[in-house]
Each structure stands twice: as C-alpha cells, then as structure tokens.
Ligand binder design. Structure first.
Ligand SMILES: Cc1cc2nc3c(=O)[nH]c(=O)nc-3n(C[C@H](O)[C@H](O)[C@H](O)COP(=O)(O)OP(=O)(O)OC[C@H]3O[C@@H](n4cnc5c(N)ncnc54)[C@H](O)[C@@H]3O)c2cc1C
Length: 332
C-alpha cells in the first residue's frame, strides 16, 4: 500500500471533529462490517455466534484519546457492565481496553484507579483483561500502568508491537505475562520503529517464535497468511503445545480463515469491537488495507455485481474523503 494512502487514513483516524461527527451520525461509512454493534446486547450476540463455531473473543468497548473525566468514568462503567454481562451469560470471552479511553491523557493515577476497578472485577470472575497498545506517545505510561496492576493481579497483559525497535526487550521483561504480538497500527517515527514491511514482518516472526518457546500464553494477532503458515510449521517442528497460544484476527476480516484455523484445532480468538466510538478504529483498518474500502463500497452500492472490486483504490479513498468532508461540513 502506498504510504500516502496509509497516512491519509491515519490522519483521518486522529481527526477529533470527524470522531465526534461519526458518533453523532452513526454507522455511515460501512463500519458495521467491522464493528459488532453499538451496545452490549449486540456484541454478546456476536460473541455467542463465534463461540458456537469454537472461536473465543476479546471484546473492545470502542473509544480512545479521551480528555474529559466524565467520559472516561462513563467508559469505565460501561466496561464494568460488560464484564458483569460476560460473567452472567457465561460466554467464552475476555476484554481488551485502551488506556487513553480510561483517562491516561487526563492523569495517569486516575487511569490506574479506573484500571484497578476493572481488573479487580474481572479477576473475581476469572476474566482476562488485555491492555491494547496505542501510539508510542503513550507507550511508557502504558507499561507503567501494566506493571502496577501486575503487582497485584495476574489476569492482565498487553500487546507487543513488532514495528518497535524495543519490542524484544519489553517482551523479554514481560516473559511471565500473557501477551499479544502484533505488527503495530500507528504511524511512528523512524527513530523508534521499523518502517518497511520486510523488517516489521521479520521482527514479528522472531518475536513470535521466541515467545512460543516460552511458558506464558501468547496471542498471535495477524491476518497475514505467510506469517500464520510459517508459525504453523514452526509449532509442528518444535512440538509446541497448541494450548499455549492462539491466533487472533479482527472481527469481519478473513472470516473463512478464522473458522478454518479453529477447525484445524488451533485456539482462535476474534477481536470484537463495539460501541458508538467506532470512527478511529474504522479509519485505522482502512489505513492498513485499502481493499477494505472496496469491500465497503461494494457492500453499500451493489448487491451482486463484481465490477466494483476492480475499482482502483483511489476511487475508494475519494469516496471516503468526500464522506468525511461532508460530515465535517455538516458539523459546521
Ligand atoms: C486481534 C488484533 C489485535 C490488535 N491489537 C493491536 C494493538 O493493541 N495495538 C496495535 O498497534 N495494533 C493492533 N492490531 C493491529 C496490527 O498492529 C496491524 O496493524 C494489523 O493487524 C494489520 O497487520 P496484519 O499483520 O494483520 O497484516 P498486514 O501486514 O496488514 O497484511 C499482510 C498481508 O496479509 C494479507 N491480508 C491482510 N489482511 C487481509 C484481508 N483482510 N483479506 C485478505 N488478505 C489479507 C495480505 O496479503 C497482506 O499483504 C491488532 C490486530 C489484531 C488482528
């Protein structure tokens, strides 16, 4: 993908005005393909359907970069409610959270207090809490919050981004924690992160193999069939216990492959986002894979005609840009 297209959508994902507009005007850009509804009831319905196929889930109540205390407190209440419902409904599911939703940009201690409440309740019900990693600006703080929580609880872990130069060092330090390995979804500077796909992929494989040889549980989170196939071979060769790791993918992506991996006997977990604050998440998915735009346009504009699949990415970009511009103007 061209860096220009990626940068364009990452810039859109950070646009606060558009974030607000999207919340207000609802699912307008095709987000329902990747977001499992707006409330707990709908997300749990989706989780139950996955569970029926032998797939577990990690549920994310969408929201990030919050600067208002009351918004963070509301998000915490929603997550506590989600945990209660997961327990009541006995679904096979854990929870992913973003610290900037829970007040990291307001005050680190405030965020930590919110997290203590969340991890405490989840611990009572034996539910795991994953702290998603966000942009590098919040990375040190995220690790500090994790360390403080891990002094008291072991039902909490985080995500290692293979684009970061320091990923291996952090992964080794957290060797006893449950970790998810990803490539990394934000635009980071070349002073801290690999920029080329080759380097990021190579580091992903190196980290995943090292982790798989250890004892702690690992989530391999990627849609990349080359990486998945290489790791399947590695696991066979090294005789690694299949109960010690899982593959993860995002809701709405490569659904056939998700189900196939579960059928092959691998633990599989789908990341299922829900909630009104879907805009930033959705734009990052478009940044990762412009073909997603074509899927959406096709879904939105055509029933069964295949022609749109051949439409150049630039057309998709233009449509989304126009929609974004339109939302922006309506706000004014
Ligand atoms: C479960 C999960 C949790 C995540 N959590 C975080 C997090 O906490 N922090 C963070 O920074 N990032 C997170 N990410 C995002 C991650 O960092 C990447 O940005 C994202 O997964 C894209 O990289 P990839 O490895 O999936 O494949 P890419 O590098 O995007 O794709 C590699 C190749 O795989 C194939 N491919 C990929 N997607 C598709 C598709 N939909 N259909 C067909 N072929 C496809 C294509 O051939 C493509 O060239 C998460 C991702 C997942 C899956």
């Amino acid at each position: 993908m061209s860096n220009l297209t990626r940068d364009f959508f990452i810039a859109l994902s950070n646009n606060k005005l558009l974030n607000k507009g999207a919340q207000k005007w609802g699912f307008r850009l095709g987000a329902e393909q990747f977001v499992a509804g707006l409330d707990v009831d709908s997300v749990l319905q989706s989780v139950k359907k996955l569970n029926e196929k032998g797939i577990s889930a990690t549920v994310d109540h969408l929201g990030e970069f919050v600067t208002d205390r009351s918004v963070s407190l509301r998000a915490k209440q929603n997550i506590l409610h989600l945990i209660e419902r997961i327990h009541e409904e006995k679904v096979d599911c854990h929870v992913s959270v973003k610290l900037t939703q829970l007040g990291l940009d307001i005050d680190e201690q405030f965020c930590l207090d919110n997290m203590f409440e969340i991890v405490e309740l989840a611990n009572k019900y034996d539910i795991f809490i994953n702290i998603d990693t966000e942009d590098y600006l919040h990375y040190e703080q995220t690790l500090r919050v994790l360390d403080a929580l891990r002094e008291k609880y072991d039902n909490v872990g985080t995500v290692i981004q293979s684009y970061l130069f320091r990923a291996e060092e952090d992964m080794d330090r957290l060797k006893d924690a449950r970790l998810r390995i990803v490539k990394g979804a934000y635009k980071e500077s070349e002073s801290v992160a690999y920029q080329s796909k080759e380097e990021i992929d190579a580091n992903f494989l190196k980290l995943a193999k090292k982790r798989l040889k250890g004892d702690a549980f690992t989530s391999i989170a990627t849609h990349d069939h080359n990486i998945i196939n290489e790791l399947k071979r590695f696991v066979e060769e090294e005789n690694i216990d299949k109960n010690n790791f899982e593959f993860q993918m995002l809701y709405g992506f490569r659904t056939d492959m998700q189900e196939a991996l579960a059928k092959e006997g691998y633990l599989f977990c789908t990341y299922v986002p829900f909630g009104e604050d879907w805009y930033g998440y959705f734009m990052r998915r478009l940044a990762e894979r412009p073909q997603n735009i074509n899927l959406i346009i096709k879904d939105k504009l055509y029933d069964s005609d295949n022609r749109i699949k051949k439409t150049p990415v630039i057309v998709g970009s233009a449509v989304v840009a126009s929609l974004a511009y339109f939302l922006c103007r309506r706000k004014k």
